[in-house]
Design a protein. Structure first.
Ligand SMILES: *[C@@H]1O[C@H](CO)[C@@H](O)[C@H](O)[C@H]1NC(C)=O
Length: 154
């Protein structure tokens, strides 16, 4: 028997739409309104679902949405949080990474920051099978390559 996922995969696709939408703040206004309206998709249903799914992120976090619109006016979407470097810069309160990481560190963060970013990243479609430990290691690697030193306590 075909699963729902198989059936969905067979539906004729009308378009794939990519949008950046602030967490918890999808509204029937640009850019969301016109993009979904153009394909006659249920705008209010999208806003409600997106806002529910992105509740746990801080307001204004720029979420990356990839929406698949089907010919029967139904749709599906996946939401991805911003890059690890975006979260690290926000947490450290810096705009740019160090030009000489390791020699000239621009900031320090604690393991707690790393852990919080890892928990948010784990909600991403491509990270959900990664352990928190693996995510933390990868985040520490990114931090070090940006000149952000990770310490136990500040
Ligand atoms: C910068 O951070 C790295 C990695 O966290 C550390 O090994 C290095 O000693 C730091 N460099 C300076 C100059 O503080």
């Amino acid at each position: 028997m075909a699963t729902l996922k198989d059936l969905a995969a067979r539906k004729p696709v009308l378009a794939t739409i990519r949008l950046i939408v602030p967490a918890g703040a999808a509204r029937p206004a640009p850019p969301v309104g016109p993009a979904l309206g153009f394909y006659r998709l249920n705008l209010m249903a999208f806003c409600k679902d997106f806002n529910a799914r992105t509740q746990k992120y801080k307001a204004e976090t720029p979420m990356q949405v990839t929406l698949t619109a089907y010919k029967d006016s139904t749709f599906e979407f996946v939401v991805k949080s911003p890059s690890v470097s975006w979260f690290l810069k926000k947490a450290a309160g810096i705009d740019t990474a160090s030009s000489r990481p390791g020699h000239n560190n621009v900031s320090s963060l604690t393991l707690r920051h790393v852990y919080e970013i890892a928990k948010l990243k784990q909600a991403d479609p491509f990270c959900k099978h990664m352990s928190l430990e693996a995510l933390c290691k990868s985040i520490i690697g990114t931090a070090n390559s940006m000149g952000i030193e990770i310490v136990k306590d500040l």
